[in-house]
Ligand binder design. Structure first.
Ligand SMILES: Nc1ncnc2c1ncn2[C@@H]1O[C@H](COP(=O)(O)OP(=O)(O)OP(=O)(O)O)[C@@H](O)[C@H]1O
Ligand SMILES: [Mg+2]
Length: 488
C-alpha cells in the first residue's frame, strides 16, 4: 500500500460498503483524488470499519447485499452513539418512493440511484461532508459554551436521565462527570422535579420556546447529601435524538447570603436611626425645658422687677415710667419668643398624648395657612407610648409642612384611627399632588424620614399622590410595644 502524504492524512475519510467489486472499484477511482477511501464488501465488514478508528466522515452504503443488508447496517449504525452521527448515503438500484422513504426514516442523509453518475455522486459527497463538518463545529461551540458557562447546565432525556452537563455541575454537586451522566434529574433536584411532575409543569414547557423560570427556589442535593438553594430555568429542545430537558441552574447561596447581610445591615441602620431619633427628641425636650423653665423664669423675674421700678423710683427719675413700659414690652416679646422656641422644640401638648399634640399642630397650621383643616379621631384613644406618639407626631408635622410649602391645597384632612392592634393615621390634601416615583429618585429627606420613622415603629407608610390629584400620606403603626422607650 502506498503511504499517505501529510495533506492526504487530513482528507475526509469515506467508507464505501457494496458487495459488487466493480462498484467498489468505480467509487474508489472517483473519490481518491480528494478523499481517503475505505471499502467493505459486506454489511458486517462495513459495520466493523465504521466502529473502528479513525471513524469515517461519510458512509456510502449499498442497500441490497447478501447477509446483512444496507437497511440493517444503517439501523445498527444509528443505534450506536459512536457511529450515529456519521452521515449515510444509500446507493441502490431500487429507485422507488417506499425505498427512499425507508432510507430517510432510518436516518440516511441522502439517496443515490445506480447506475451512478460521477458528478452527482461527487457533488453529494462533498455537500454532505461539508454540512457534517459545519454541524460538528457548531456542536463543538455549543459544547464549549455549555462547558465553560458560569452556570450549572443539566441536559436530560425524556426520562430525565442526564445526558450532558458541565464543569459547574461537577463543582456544585460534588460528582465526577461520569457519575453525573449516570444520574437522573430526580437525584439532584428531588423535591422540585417531583413537584413539577405532579403539577405537570415539565410537560407544559414548549419545545424550543422560552424557558420557564422555576419558582420558588429549588433544593439541590449534593453527592454528600447536603443541599444548596438554586434558581433555575427549564426549557425543552426538540432534537434528532428526541426531546431533551435543559436546566440552567444558579447556586443561590451567595445571593441569599448577600440578601441576609443586606437586610441585617438595614435592620442595624434602622435601629441606629431609632436611637438617634430618641436621643434627638430627648435633647429637644431637655433644651425646651431649660429654655422654658430657666430662661422663662429669669424673664418673668425681670418683668416683675421692671413692674416694681416705677413704684420705687418713678417719681424721682423723669421719663423712667415710659422707659420701663418700653422695656416691659421688649421683655414680653422675649417671653413669647422663648415660649415659641420651647413649643417648636417640643410642644407641651405632646405630654398630654398624641391627639392633643396633633390638635395643636392643626391649630398652628390654621394660624399660618388659609386652608380648611379637619382632624377626625376614631376608636378608643388609649394613651400610647411616648416613642410612638412622638414619631407619629413628627410624621404629621412633616406632612403639614409639605402641604403648606407645596400643595396649594384648599382642604386638608387628618384622620387618626385607633384599633386594638394598630394606629392608622392619614393626612390628605386636595392640592397639586406629585409623582412619588420621580420624587423618590430625587432622594429628598422629608418623605424618606417619614417612611423610616414608620419602619422604626414596625409599621408602614404609603404615599398616594398624582399630579393634579392631591396627596395622601397613610401610616400604619402596630401597637405592640417593642421599642426603646424615651427617657423621661
Ligand atoms: N403634599 C404635597 N403636595 C405636593 N407636593 C408634595 C407634597 N408633599 C411632598 N411634595 C413633593 O415631594 C417633594 C419631596 O418632599 P420631601 O418632604 O421629601 O422633601 P422636601 O420638602 O423637598 O425637602 P425637606 O423635607 O428635606 O426639607 C417635595 O419637594 C414636593 O415636590
Ligand atoms: Mg419636606
Amino acid at each position: 500500500m502506498i503511504p499517505l502524504s501529510q495533506s492526504q492524512v487530513e482528507w475526509p475519510l469515506v467508507l464505501v460498503v457494496d458487495d459488487s467489486p466493480d462498484i467498489l472499484a468505480l467509487i474508489h477511482s472517483l473519490l481518491r483524488e480528494r478523499y481517503r477511501v475505505k471499502s467493505a464488501s459486506s454489511g458486517k465488514k462495513g459495520l466493523l470499519i465504521a466502529q473502528s478508528e479513525p471513524a469515517p466522515n461519510l458512509i456510502l452504503l449499498d442497500v441490497m447485499m447478501p447477509g446483512m443488508d444496507g437497511h440493517e447496517v444503517c439501523s445498527l449504525l444509528k443505534e450506536n452513539p459512536r457511529t450515529r452521527d456519521i452521515p449515510v448515503i444509500f446507493l441502490t438500484a431500487k429507485a422507488d418512493i417506499e425505498n427512499e422513504e425507508k432510507a430517510f426514516s432510518l436516518g440516511a442523509v441522502d439517496y443515490v440511484t445506480k447506475p451512478i453518475g460521477a458528478s452527482v455522486l461527487l457533488a453529494r459527497v462533498k455537500a454532505h461532508i461539508a454540512a457534517d463538518a459545519q454541524r460538528r463545529s457548531l456542536e463543538g461551540m455549543f459544547r464549549d459554551v455549555i462547558e465553560y458557562a458560569p452556570v450549572i447546565f443539566l441536559i436530560a432525556d425524556e426520562d430525565l436521565n442526564i445526558v450532558q452537563t458541565n464543569a459547574q455541575a461537577e463543582q456544585h454537586f460534588g460528582y465526577g462527570r461520569e457519575e453525573l451522566l449516570g444520574l437522573n434529574l430526580m437525584d439532584l433536584l428531588p423535591q422540585s422535579v417531583r413537584f413539577m411532575r405532579t403539577e405537570g409543569t415539565l410537560a407544559r414547557v414548549q419545545p424550543g420556546g422560552a424557558g420557564v423560570e422555576f419558582n420558588p427556589e429549588l433544593v439541590c442535593v449534593r453527592k454528600d447529601g447536603s443541599s444548596f438553594p438554586g434558581s433555575a430555568t427549564f426549557s425543552r429542545l426538540d432534537t434528532l435524538h428526541g426531546l431533551l430537558h435543559t436546566v440552567v441552574l444558579v447556586n443561590a447561596t451567595d445571593k441569599k447570603e448577600t440578601l441576609r447581610k443586606l437586610s441585617e445591615s438595614q435592620e442595624s441602620l434602622r435601629e441606629l436611626a431609632a436611637i438617634n431619633e430618641t436621643a434627638r427628641e430627648n435633647e429637644r425636650k431637655h433644651i425646651a425645658r431649660e429654655v422654658h423653665d430657666e430662661l422663662g423664669q429669669v424673664m418673668t423675674a425681670l418683668r416683675m422687677s421692671l413692674s416694681l421700678m416705677p413704684m420705687q423710683f418713678g417719681t424721682r427719675i423723669p421719663g423712667l415710667i415710659d422707659s420701663v413700659d418700653a422695656m416691659k414690652a421688649l421683655v414680653d416679646r422675649a417671653i413669647k419668643g422663648v415660649r415659641n422656641i420651647a413649643t417648636v422644640l417640643r410642644p407641651e401638648a405632646l405630654n398630654m398624648g398624641l391627639v392633643p399634640a396633633i390638635e395643636w399642630l392643626r391649630d398652628e397650621f390654621l394660624r399660618h395657612n388659609e386652608v380648611r383643616c379637619v382632624l377626625e379621631c376614631k376608636g378608643s384613644t388609649d394613651p400610647i407610648d411616648e416613642m410612638r406618639a412622638m414619631l407619629i407626631y413628627r410624621i404629621v408635622q412633616e406632612s403639614l409642612t409639605n402641604i403648606s410649602r407645596y400643595a396649594k391645597a384648599s382642604e386638608v384632612k387628618i384622620l387618626i384611627h385607633f384599633t386594638p392592634k394598630e394606629i392608622d393615621v392619614s393626612i390628605s390634601d386636595d392640592g397639586c399632588g406629585f409623582d412619588p416615583g420621580e420624587v423618590m429618585i430625587r432622594k429628598t429627606f422629608g418623605l424618606l424620614g417619614m417612611r423610616e420613622r414608620a419602619l422604626t415603629l414596625g409599621g408602614d407608610l404609603m404615599i398616594l399622590s398624582r399630579p393634579g390629584r392631591g396627596t395622601t400620606i397613610a401610616v400604619k403603626v402596630p401597637l405592640h410595644p417593642q421599642l426603646q422607650e424615651c427617657a423621661p
